[in-house]
Design a protein around this ligand. Structure first.
Ligand code: 6PG
Length: 259
């Protein structure tokens, strides 16, 4: 992880969701001002759902340039878009169907396709959408990531070949994933480390060992894939609740925010 990561410890679930929502809004406004659009990769799982609810709610709904946001997913389960395990379906229900996004800027992974085909298509869509024409690598503006208790992020699981991929997106076999045990498609460290900003949103005591391994442990992405995420020059930001931060050394654990 290049540079020391930024760490914020929230006072509770509301504060955590509020910090993540403000980060999203700030990154969106800065990107649209600088480049006319905001390209973000969002994660599945349960942790970010309160963030989507906030963004779609009265706090933020009217102060975001929704029609200029390019939505991508950090990963997707290889299931149809209306399947209960679909990250796309979850984002539609909690956010996308509640705000005026441009449908042409929703770049879902075709979970209903063969995983290798879906990964190939997604890789191509990322390159087409994020191409700068200046020979620069395709860059997201923000990747908002979760963390599993095994140190996985997106669908980069311990021992995954995707950790070494030179592509932007790869298929991941069901055999190595945590439940739901289905094939997946994931952004790779190549895609995530090119992002202008990476933020991890992590809550709960079950994640404390993985948070500690990711921030303070040895550099061993094969065992702790979150260690593979180190945006050059920038710093990953960790938005944690007190339980997820509990395993950190005092030097790394800022005082929890006042409630
Ligand atoms: C997924 C996610 C995954 C998630 C972590 C944390 O598709 O499952 O992208 O990487 O972010 O597993 O999940 P929770 O937020 O539910 O703990």
């Amino acid at each position: 992880m290049s540079g020391r990561p930024g760490i914020e410890v929230a006072a509770g679930p509301e504060d955590l969701a509020g910090r993540a929502a403000r980060l999203f809004c700030h990154a969106a406004r800065a990107a649209v001002t600088a480049r006319g659009r905001f390209a973000v990769a969002i994660s599945g799982g349960s942790t970010p759902r309160p963030v989507w609810a906030r963004l779609a709610g009265p706090h933020h709904r009217d102060d975001l340039p929704w029609e200029r946001i390019e939505f991508f997913w950090a990963d997707e389960r290889c299931v149809p878009p209306d399947h209960p395990d679909s990250n796309y379906r979850a984002a539609r229900q909690t956010l996308l169907d509640r705000v005026p996004v441009d449908p042409a800027r929703i770049h879902r992974v075709r979970g209903e396709a063969e995983p290798a085909v879906a990964a190939e298509e997604y890789d191509g869509e990322l390159r087409r959408t994020l191409a700068t024409g200046a020979g620069e690598p395709p860059r997201l503006d923000l990747a908002l990531l979760g963390l599993g208790p095994d140190g996985h992020t997106a669908s980069l699981f311990p021992g995954s070949a995707a950790l070494e991929s030179s592509r932007l997106a790869e298929a991941v076999p069901a055999a190595i994933v945590l439940p739901p045990v289905v094939d997946r498609v994931t952004l790779t460290p190549v895609a995530l480390n090119a992002a202008r900003q990476v933020a991890f949103l992590v809550a709960g005591a079950s994640k404390a060992p993985a948070v500690r391994a990711a921030i303070e442990g040895p550099h061993d992405p094969a065992r702790c894939p979150a260690r593979a995420i180190s945006p050059p020059g920038g710093r990953a930001l960790w938005l944690l609740d007190a339980a997820a931060a509990a395993g950190l050394e005092d030097r790394d654990r800022p005082a929890a925010a006042a409630p």
